[in-house]
Design a protein around this ligand. Structure first.
Ligand code: NAD
Ligand code: TYD
Length: 354
């Protein structure tokens, strides 16, 4: 039985990790989260009453608060997911990305190191700092090839540059101080509890309400979609069995153009919630994102061969589950789409829709 400190556990991926730990393992979880616009404790309703679940409302940039959390809970390892995660927001306002993703990761690394050096030898040896990052640090691919763990870093957006910085800090804390770290870089996740500013939940909810479906440029950009529960399983495996100092790419093997994704969402909705005209008639091509990366695609053979992980969900099965989840969870959606979120969406698309 271990106690795992998860940062960003109220977010999309973090909440899936926390739910899996509590419902599928004997471990305890300390969720350290600032509850920004994208953090929502309602995503943890199913596990929050469990005596193995603890919540700490803390900003990872606050070193003193982190020190108190480490002293109070004495975790066996850290999984670091807290971040600002949306590329479009990083373009219109990069400063929170620099603060949380870079300064926050640095502050968490220092708090972890101070705690780790104080541990007894056995606990010190089994301690892990697992950093959760993105394939966007590798930049953009053309039509051929895949990102491997050896692909040089070439981040293009303020978001990916801030995540690349955090990856480098984690690497340096291992090489310089010996902190036992592992890093994972994953492709685009989708699934339940996804904040509706990202492509898939935005399209599902807009289509359900008969609103325009804003597709950037010609919708030809390609992403490699990974079902969030498959990702959470991979993260638990890497925490248990990943080699110290190494990184692992995690991808779903589901490359799709954005237009294919939106058409798939629309045809599932045509079936589940038929309306007068096909949902695809709502597709609206809008101004492209500045510096829009063309294609991301992961070579996941390292995690598959070394740790035996494979995704269980196909895109077809995962996207159907996701659409069904949003149809059945109107209350969660209502609560996350707060005033702050509505302002962002209105300002973002006001000028964008052509
Ligand atoms: P999310 O935006 O849904 O959740 C982020 C969480 O971090 C929220 O609960 C938020 O409240 C918390 N947080 C933000 N700033 C904080 C701070 N200063 N202190 C404490 N908590 C703070 O993000 P997500 O999609 O769940 O992503 C989780 C991690 O996975 C991130 O590190 C992200 O970069 C990475 N990632 C995400 C994807 C994806 O497709 N969603 C893909 C690759 C990598
Ligand atoms: P997103 O979900 O923001 O993830 P990321 O930018 O991290 O890959 O976007 C996924 C793709 O969908 C990306 O190519 C941008 C595109 N997109 C749209 O076409 N319209 C939208 O409204 C959004 C949010 C994204």
């Amino acid at each position: 039985m271990r106690k795992i400190l998860v940062t960003g556990g109220a977010g999309f991926i973090g909440s899936a990790v926390v739910r899996q730990f509590i419902s599928e393992t004997p471990h305890s979880v300390v969720n350290v989260d600032k509850l920004t616009y994208s953090g929502n404790l309602e995503s943890l309703k199913s596990v929050s009453k469990d005596p193995r679940y603890y919540f700490e409302h803390v900003d990872i940039c606050d070193g003193e608060a982190l020190q108190r959390v480490f002293e109070t809970h004495k975790p066996d390892c850290v999984m670091h997911l807290a971040a600002e995660s949306h590329v479009d927001r990083s373009i219109s306002g990069p400063s929170e990305f620099i603060r949380t993703n870079i300064v926050g990761t640095y502050t968490l690394l220092e708090a972890s190191r101070n705690y780790w050096v104080s541990l007894a030898p056995e606990k010190k040896q089994s301690f892990r700092f697992h950093h959760i990052s993105t394939d966007e640090v590798y930049g953009s691919l053309g039509n051929e090839g895949f990102f491997t763990e050896e692909t040089p870093y070439s981040p293009n957006s303020p978001y990916s540059a801030s995540k690349a910085s955090s990856d480098h800090l984690v690497r340096a804390w291992h090489h310089t101080y010996g902190l036992p770290v592992v890093t994972t870089n994953c492709s685009n996740n989708y699934g339940p509890y996804h904040f509706p500013e990202k492509l898939i939940p935005l399209m599902i909810l807009n289509a359900m309400k008969g609103r325009p479906l804003p597709v950037y440029g010609k919708g030809e950009n390609i992403r490699d979609w990974l079902y969030v529960e498959d990702h959470a399983r991979a993260l638990r495996l890497v925490l248990d069995r990943g080699k110290i100092g190494e990184s692992y790419n995690i991808g779903g093997g589901n490359e799709k153009t954005n237009l294919e994704v939106v058409h798939t969402v629309c045809s599932i909705l045509d079936e589940l919630l038929p309306s007068d005209s096909p949902h695809a008639s709502l597709i609206t091509f809008v101004k492209d994102r500045p510096g829009h990366d063309y294609r991301y695609a992961i070579d996941a053979s390292k995690i598959e061969n070394e740790l035996g992980w494979i995704p269980l969900e196909t895109f077809e099965s995962g996207i159907r589950k996701t659409v069904e989840w949003y149809i059945s969870n109107a209350e969660w959606v209502d609560h996350v789409t707060s005033g702050e979120y509505r302002n962002w969406i209105e300002n973002h698309y006001e000028k964008g829709i052509s």
